[in-house]
Design a protein around this ligand. Structure first.
Ligand code: FDA
Length: 318
């Protein structure tokens, strides 16, 4: 019930306007590194100092006009330049609906191509997030197009709640994509996604095994530039049972720790992030920043109703 409510609010313009106050922003601060790139870079510096790497998301999605998409493109070009000038262990992650996917896929592709070109020049990696199920097919098509144009530094996301994901994963791995495996954060109908959590979890483990077997058989796709590229397989979850499964599976397959990475979100299970890093696993933290934090924040509340108490405490506190 609460999950559906927050996922509904994440798409509601009126709720976004209502939550524009300082108190709501303060409550979101747990999950969002700051409003500006400088604040995000400071967060990444702290994360790197603790021995973890990062991926930076300049928040924004479902833009409704071309100017917004072009502004997002400029921001990402700037982010890539800033990372290239620095010694930070971090790369960008972006959403295609932020670059105009819903307005015109070819306009979105052109925006993404310019960003991918800049990333290639700096030998940097670019992660493409996965959004709701209506965006999956066009996102995969655009990723495939970029790859066919020779951009080998692009990776994307597979969501274990979707029925289609195993087939998608196998195709993407064959094409040499870097993959981040997640459970999936959007409201989806039973016609496309497992409605029961235990099925989503079971599918996560199944896909995790496919991913790790691939990491064993094809450690780095031919022609992939190395340098600051992440591991080919990323297991992105805070669920300790899934993490234990991944670790056991990797051991069974004889995979060294550095052949895949764990990823978690900024502000969630920092204790677990540090513990895995201390045990020698590469850990990457997803660091969102920017003023368009509302939909991202609602999805985080949807995942864990206990967060609501934390929010209320912040909003009510004088
Ligand atoms: P689950 O929801 O079962 O949570 C397991 C445990 O983790 C909880 O019991 C709790 O302890 C902790 N936890 C989880 N969420 C929490 C929260 N919000 N607050 C506090 N504690 C929490 N999704 C997507 O659709 N497209 C994408 O591109 C991405 N990208 C992405 C990148 C990275 C690095 C991560 C970690 C996740 C994503 N996701 C995503 C989100 C993902 O789909 C999923 O919604 C969240 O990771 C929560 O699911 P868990 O796997 O953590 O399991």
């Amino acid at each position: 019930m609460l999950r559906s409510l927050f996922l509904h609010l994440s798409r509601a313009g009126w709720a976004r306007r209502l939550a524009s106050g300082r108190r709501a922003r303060r409550a979101a601060a747990r999950f969002v590194a700051g409003d500006t790139l400088d604040q995000a870079i400071s967060a990444v510096r702290r994360i790197n100092a603790a021995g973890l790497s990062a991926t930076l998301d300049h928040l924004g999605e479902n833009v409704t006009d071309r100017a917004e998409a072009e502004a997002a493109r400029v921001d990402y070009l700037m982010l890539i330049d800033r990372l290239a000038e620095s010694d930070l262990q971090a790369h960008p992650s972006l959403k295609l609906t932020q670059l105009g996917l819903r307005l015109d896929p070819s306009f979105c592709l052109e925006n993404l191509r310019l960003i991918a070109r800049q990333a290639t020049q700096h030998n940097a990696f670019l992660g493409i997030d996965m959004e709701d199920s209506s965006a999956v097919k066009p996102t995969l098509a655009i990723c495939g197009q970029l790859r066919s144009e020779g951009f080998l530094n692009v990776g994307t996301v597979i969501q274990s709640y979707l029925y289609r994901s195993e087939a998608d994963l196998r195709v993407l791995l064959q094409q040499g994509f870097h993959i981040r495996l997640v459970k999936g954060a959007y409201q989806e109908p039973a016609s496309v996604a497992f409605p029961r959590k235990q099925d989503v979890d079971a599918n996560f483990d199944r896909l995790c095994r496919v991913l790790l077997e691939h990491a064993r058989d094809c450690p780095a796709p031919a022609g992939t530039p190395q340098g600051r590229l992440p591991a080919i397989a990323a297991i992105a979850t805070h669920d300790e049972t899934r993490i234990t499964f991944a670790r056991r599976c990797a051991e069974e397959l004889g995979l060294p720790h550095h052949s895949f990475e764990f990823q978690m979100l900024f502000g969630i299970r920092s204790d677990l992030q540090r513990r895995l890093a201390d045990e020698g696993y590469p850990v990457r933290v997803y660091v969102p920043y920017g003023t368009e934090w509302f939909p991202y924040y609602m999805r985080r509340l949807a995942e864990r109703p206990a967060n609501v108490i934390f929010v209320l405490r912040n909003v009510i506190r004088p």
